[in-house]
Design a protein around this ligand. Sequence first.
Ligand code: PMP
Length: 285
Amino acid sequence: RIVYVNGAYLPEEEATVSVFDRGFLMADGVYEVTSVLGGKLVDFDGHAARLARSLAELDMVQPISHEALLAAHRELVARNGIEEGLVYLQITRGNPGDRDFAFPDPETTTGTVVMFTQNKPGLADSPAAKVGMKVISIPDLRWRRRDIKTVQLLYPSMGKMAAKAEGADDAWFVEDGKVTEGTSNNAYIVKNGRIITRELSQDILHGITRAAVLRFAAEAQMEVEERSFTIDEAKEADEAFVTSATAFVMPVVEIDGAKIGAGTPGRVAARLREIYLEESLKAAI
Ligand code: PMP
């Protein structure tokens, strides 16, 4: 696999980053994941815009232009022959030369930019989408700026492992009795035909897929309500699902062992997945 490091395209074995990089020492960095369908990038502009926002919120200077970012994404997709899969992009605060809690001067330190692809044939026609996911609920113990897409992913990783240990696929985070989001996706329920998902705030990541799905839902005259919901309400819902750049729209059929609806993927989720894939493929660049 060919990967990108600070402007260079290298075989993955030859790509290196300093041991003093703040991304490595302090999880001081942000990332984006853009899916690839039909060899093209899905919602690249949305991901690039969120990247710029994440960097600005952390007082980091964006070391690569929007145009160069797009060119590098395309170059990696081409060099690695990706038809279906993803491009991972990470920008860390870089290497100030030694470990220090204080940030280095953003004018003199350049961030580290890393990109790589993951080949995932069958991503769109996923068998998991036909079966649906089982989730468990766990307390949301992450920091309170979840709107910034940082590489601090230890707690979500532990959540995923906790889910696996219980024979489930993923975890939903709960704070004050309300669902915030999944370990790596936004959470939704459907009740009496109405799609309910938590409103945007610093409590959750502002999903690029979420924005697209809510737009498509409105265009299809589906009812959408942006508000938080309790985990108990979720267990009583007719349907549940999650969205993310690589899961697209993924049905949830069980929460903490309780079957959602008939315990099979719901019709609203299935329809949204279909619309999302169709429209995304059309708009991919
Ligand atoms: N919430 C969290 C915590 C995530 O990690 C992700 C995906 N990275 C999402 C939501 C979904 O965001 P997107 O649709 O932009 O992939």
